[in-house]
Design a protein around this ligand. Structure first.
Ligand SMILES: [Zn+2]
Length: 190
């Protein structure tokens, strides 16, 4: 039996009865309306503050309330699985965060930044595509490789102040990727 949602309702669960859905969510959508009626309703979109009601117990709340009781770990592991990111990579990100301060201290002590990449960015180069780009020592070099996703992951890692923020960025990106995938694969149908 399904223990959590991992597709359209990823991470969502009724905070009252624990149901995994379906939920009645008030969405924003775009209709192509003709004078004689409507013939096209694109998939709706919703935000955390949108109204959400459980179909089982009729509990009324918001999307955020339905997402609240999912632990970060479950949510992240589902997303990492979706993105085909290995547990090893996830572990390395945690380790990277722990090593960040030590590494920065070490670099400051030597008076130089040896690679131009943060600890998080180094983790990306070591693990992305099985380490094919592990030799990359700067974002400028990464841009020459011509792999947009790699550069994106490096830039996000550079902007993130810590591992948690980076994961949040990846989650946002995964949502956007999923939206694009569904639009292209199913033409927006749920
Ligand atoms: Zn319920």
């Amino acid at each position: 039996m399904k223990k959590q949602n991992d597709n359209c309702l990823i991470g969502m669960k009724c905070p009252n009865c624990g149901s995994l859905g379906p939920f009645n969510i008030v969405v924003t959508t775009t209709l192509t309306v003709h004078d004689d009626g409507t013939d096209d309703a694109n998939g709706g979109e919703w935000e955390d503050e949108n109204y959400c009601q459980c179909s089982d117990c009729m509990h009324p709340a918001t999307v955020a309330d339905f997402s609240r009781n999912i632990t970060n770990a479950n949510y992240v592991s589902e997303l990492l699985a979706f993105m085909d990111v290995s547990q090893e990579f996830w572990d390395s990100l945690i380790e990277a965060q722990q090593n960040d301060m030590a590494a920065e201290f070490e670099q400051a002590r030597k008076g130089e930044n040896l690679t131009g990449l943060t600890e998080l960015q180094q983790q990306v180069t070591q693990h992305y595509e099985g380490g094919n780009y592990a030799y990359i020592k700067s974002v400028a070099d990464a841009e020459k490789v011509g792999d947009g996703l790699f550069v994106f992951l490096l830039n996000e890692a550079g902007d993130a102040s810590d591992k948690d923020e980076y994961i949040a960025m990846l989650i946002t990106a995964a949502r956007q990727i999923r939206t694009c995938q569904k639009e292209i694969e199913f033409g927006g149908a749920a």
